[in-house]
Design a binder for this molecule. Structure first.
Ligand SMILES: Cc1cc2nc3c(=O)[nH]c(=O)nc-3n(C[C@H](O)[C@H](O)[C@H](O)COP(=O)(O)OP(=O)(O)OC[C@H]3O[C@@H](n4cnc5c(N)ncnc54)[C@H](O)[C@@H]3O)c2cc1C
Length: 396
């Protein structure tokens, strides 16, 4: 891998940085964007929707999407540069992230022309916000265990059952979901992948509040919801393959983010807060821990560049997605844990203090960091994938 960026890539970075400095409104900025990837209320959601449209009009939404679908056909390196600059600028996660990163690319691979024409442009412009209806009370890690039923009535399916942990369903216009169309087939075989209008009669969304107070995800109930047959993606009973395509896109971005910024902020705080009556920075163990965390941030960055190198060479994505997801999410937990050691009681206060003006941020990190080790496939499941597919260990 050549770590030097080309002059064209450096120019792209300068353009992006200047555009964001001129256009990203102050009140849309967030410190830990992933923690607040679902907007805290509808007003902020609508402002972010308008922001995504602005990004689209400037050519920055769907950066890596092919031009034929309205994207910019950016290279993976440009995508990497964009992600870094957008993070530095403290941009919010686009409200259409499920469509942009998961449903859209899946439709490009599996959708009919009619589905592509109907949905892709609306994903880019944030006209349609999507949510992901995979998990159920009895199906998470063992996703093929889903019990939601889709009964085939010829020109439509009738859906009954329940999803859970559905992020952003309270704002979503549409859901991509898995439902069982053949209850007698082996469990991976009788599943279909369907697209549902969230305003259909029989859909009920009930918010769940997480321990950090965010209304992030929901329970979603279906009572004989009619889904037209044209909304079936791939073949009937063969939705598992389509579902795995979506998941391979999810792992690439599911490990949390902003780690380096968090460590740099903690290093700055270490110079102002005291521990045991002495400035924290003067204590060797504090500097040691900060250095270890910074090294881990750099390791994660190079691991990501290594996956990009594979992509640049045209190689299919390997289990690196799982390595990045596992390492990134566990690193987020380690940083949050260190923040409590450094800030002691200031790190668990919900209000700003003179000593730690951003105390609420660190309390939120402590409460939020663990979610990334669960969402998008738990750490144990990532370890299984790495063990079996990379190390060739026998199945657990
Ligand atoms: C913040 C957040 C957002 C989410 N958003 C969505 C969403 O939008 N849409 C959606 O569909 N889902 C969503 N999820 C659900 C998520 O995908 C599941 O929580 C996850 O897949 C784990 O499933 P589970 O909660 O049923 O846990 P379980 O599968 O019941 O696991 C319980 C424990 O057992 C362990 N375990 C299970 N199987 C194995 C095994 N084979 N080997 C070793 N250990 C094992 C797990 O690692 C875990 O520690 C979200 C979750 C979170 C936390």
């Amino acid at each position: 891998m050549d770590f030097e960026f080309s002059s064209a890539q450096k120019a792209f970075r300068r353009d992006v940085r200047a555009w964001l400095a001129a256009n990203l409104p102050e009140d849309l900025k967030v410190d830990d964007a992933q923690d607040e990837r679902v907007a805290p209320n509808r007003a902020i959601f609508e402002r972010r929707r308008a922001w995504q449209l602005k990004l689209y009009n400037a050519g920055y939404a769907g950066l890596a999407w092919p031009r034929e679908y309205g994207g910019r056909a950016a290279t993976v390196i440009e995508q990497f540069i964009w992600d870094e600059e957008y993070g530095h600028a403290r941009g919010p996660v686009m409200p259409g992230y499920f469509g942009l990163n998961m449903c859209g690319p899946t439709l490009m691979q599996w959708g009919t022309d009619e589905q592509k024409n109907r949905y892709l442009k609306r994903i880019l412009t944030a006209a349609d916000i999507w949510c992901q209806g995979y998990s159920e009370p009895g199906a998470g890690s063992d996703l093929a265990n889903i019990a939601t039923r889709a009964v085939d009535h010829g020109d439509y399916f009738s859906i009954s059952g329940q999803k859970v942990w559905t992020s952003g369903a309270q704002y979503a216009d549409r859901m991509f979901l898995l439902a069982r169309t053949d209850p007698d087939a082996p469990k991976h075989k009788g599943i279909s992948y369907l697209l549902m209008d969230m305003k259909s009669p029989g859909v009920e969304v009930r918010p769940l509040v997480t321990m950090n107070g965010h209304e992030h995800f929901n329970e979603v109930f279906f009572d004989n919801v009619a889904v037209p047959r044209e909304n079936l993606v791939g073949r009937i009973n063969e939705g598992w393959k389509v579902a795995m395509t979506t998941l391979s896109y999810e792992r690439g971005f599911a490990g949390g983010g902003g780690h380096r910024g968090q460590v740099e902020r903690l290093a700055a705080l270490a110079k102002t807060v005291e521990l045991g009556g002495r400035p924290a920075w003067e204590q060797a163990w504090v500097r040691q821990r900060l250095t270890e965390l910074l090294i881990d941030c750099e390791a994660a960055r190079y691991a990501r560049l290594r996956t990009l190198t594979r992509m640049l060479k045209g190689l299919p994505p390997g289990p690196e997605g799982s390595i990045l997801k596992l390492f990134g999410s566990e690193l987020g937990v380690r940083i949050a844990r260190f923040s409590t050691e450094l800030l002691s009681t200031y790190g668990i206060l919900g209000d700003p203090t003179v000593a730690v003006p951003d105390a609420p941020r660190w309390m939120n990190r402590v409460l939020s960091s663990r979610q990334y080790t669960i969402a998008g496939g738990t750490s144990e499941i990532q370890r299984n994938i790495i063990g079996e597919r990379t190390l060739g260990l026998p199945k657990g």
